[in-house]
Design a protein around this ligand. Structure first.
Ligand SMILES: Nc1ncnc2c1ncn2[C@@H]1O[C@H](COP(=O)(O)OP(=O)(O)OP(=O)(O)O)[C@@H](O)[C@H]1O
Length: 512
């Protein structure tokens, strides 16, 4: 019997660059196959080839032994391959029932609202989902949206389901729920390809693992029991690369003079929030009576289950969102009413959680993405593109952004490299305060270590850093102090060596 899915000498060029180069991989049916690799290794390009979104430059994809018709995702669906993208596809302004109907190839053209809602309520219940079919997509949590995207795919009765970095948008506690769903689907006979970055996740869910490196196969489909984490890391980064050192503040503090020891009580307060209330933001709830204080050289970690006001807090801190009452001060000066640009002038830099819509313009070149903030700050009418391009090239090199030319569009880079572009732009001159939302989400091992080390190094230089992350270990590793958000409030302020269990208990509201 042929395997569920096979790539044969698959190659995809963008111009003269081979993003996927002679890749042959074969995936047996009824298993969970993890595909891993560094940022830019070619994972997304590979999945787009597999589900018929891209036409290969050479080679072919076989589904159940039959060549995949390419260039049309609908024909791939008819052949039984579907994909859940990193960026969700269901339209946010639609209700759940409307969105599901839109994507249902067998749906009648005209149907009454009641009948439509009934139909999808039943379908959701059948699949074990408690989501209300009348709710708008945009009002659902990320976790619910993702499970709906999976249900949308399942309704087409695929034999192969591709999940492109599904854990990158989830809080760690939500990953368990996703994995349970994936296991159930596998046990019902589905073949699942799942793109992942974190090795513990690979070992938790995968039956097999394969590795892509620089567009080529570094490890062919291998049963998970036959490979160790060290071997896998080696395949991912290559035999000649140095193993990334995850930088940990907690470790620094043991027997060394670094860590938080550079902080003394005399360090000035950089950011102060007093009794801040704010209305809900586009994607998160309101803030209530938030007090915060961050000193120069300090990394303040904000932990919390997603949806407890963290995104609204990020908006309010960066100047995108307004407060309804309370005060925000920056180095002693009130900035409550100031917008983004005015705060930037005072040294505030922002790494947003949603990099593709808030962080960069994907349809603009790399050098323009980097130059734009400087130009806005300088208020210039005239500038030399040549000088700006050279400056951008230096910054891209410092942050090791994998790119070919500074004129390249940001949208052509892999997700992890887009994040590095943002860091290259934001963490340059004149920084006093960095506001970072999930800064390592979707980044590979090396990039994660790199970003964390970059943020802690800034703090060592006296910059104040606020990092909001759903990843508790990240919070613990980089923070000097930890505040926990729940229900739009700060419910706990803890020292960095607080046990994770204490932080976790504050997040969910258990008395610790
Ligand atoms: N449309 C495109 N035009 C030009 N180059 C592209 C395009 N899409 C991808 N690439 C290049 O192909 C390479 C592989 O990118 P891809 O997005 O597949 O990587 P990835 O492994 O998914 O990375 P990440 O983990 O960061 O998402 C990258 O160097 C990227 O710049």
């Amino acid at each position: 019997m042929p395997d569920a899915l096979e790539a044969r000498s698959l190659t995809k060029h963008f111009g003269d660059f081979a993003a996927i180069d002679d890749v042959s991989l074969s995936f047996p049916r009824g298993q969970v196959h993890a595909v891993v690799g560094q940022n830019g290794a070619g994972k997304t390009t590979f999945s787009r080839l597999i589900c018929g979104l891209y036409e290969p430059t050479a080679g072919e994809v076989l589904v159940d032994g039959t060549p995949l018709r390419v260039g049309d995702i609908r024909s791939a669906r008819q052949q039984g391959v579907d994909m859940v993208h990193q960026n969700f596809s269901l339209p946010p302004s639609f209700t759940v029932a409307e969105a599901m109907q839109l994507f249902d190839p067998g749906a009648p053209a005209v149907v009454g609202r009641r009948a439509m809602e009934r139909r999808w309520s039943e379908a959701l219940r059948r699949r074990g989902s408690a989501i209300d079919a009348r709710r708008r997509i945009r009002d659902l949590s990320v976790e619910a949206r993702q499970s709906l995207e999976i249900i949308r795919a399942l309704e087409g009765q695929p034999t192969v389901l591709l999940l492109d970095e599904p854990t990158a948008v989830l809080a760690p506690s939500e990953v368990q729920g996703l994995f349970e769903q994936v296991r159930r689907l596998r046990d019902s006979g589905l073949t699942i390809l799942i793109i992942l970055h974190k090795l513990p996740e690979v070992f938790a869910i995968a039956d097999t693992v394969s590795v892509l490196r620089e567009g080529r196969v570094a490890l062919a489909v291998t049963p998970i029991g036959e490979v160790t984490a060290e071997e896998l890391t080696r395949h991912i980064i290559g035999p000649d690369s140095e193993l990334p050192q995850a930088h940990s503040r907690a470790e620094d503090a043991v027997g060394s003079a670094t860590g938080a020891d550079h902080l003394d009580q005399a360090s000035g307060t950089v950011l102060e929030l007093e009794a801040v209330d704010a209305p809900p933001s586009a994607s998160d709830r309101s803030l209530e009576d938030v007090d915060l204080r961050v000193r120069a050289g300090e990394v303040l970690g904000i932990a919390g289950v997603e949806g407890n006001g963290q995104e609204t807090l990020l908006d309010v801190l960066s100047g995108f969102g307004r407060v309804s009452s309370g005060t925000i001060r920056l180095e002693g000066t009130e900035v409550t009413g100031l917008g983004v640009l005015a705060r930037r002038r005072r040294g505030v830099r922002f790494i947003p959680s949603d990099r593709n819509s808030q962080g960069v313009s994907l349809t603009t070149s790399l050098w323009e993405n980097i130059a734009i903030t400087d130009l806005l700050l300088e208020g210039r009418r005239w500038f030399s593109p040549r000088g700006r391009k050279a400056a951008a090239a230096t910054r891209l090199a410092t942050w090791k952004v994998k790119h070919r030319r500074v004129e390249q569009l940001a949208g052509e880079l892999s997700g992890g490299n887009v994040q590095r572009v943002i860091l290259a732009r934001e963490l340059a001159d004149g920084v006093r305060l960095v506001i970072a939302g999930n800064p390592t989400r979707g980044l590979d091992l090396a990039a994660t270590a790199f970003v964390r080390a970059g943020l802690t190094a800034l703090a060592q230089e006296g910059v104040a850093v606020v990092i909001v992350s759903a990843d508790l270990e990240e919070i613990r590793d980089v923070s000097d102090r930890i505040c926990v958000m729940r229900g739009g409030r700060i419910v706990a302020a803890l020292e960095r060596n607080a046990p994770l269990a204490t932080v976790g208990a504050a997040m969910v509201g258990d008395a610790a």
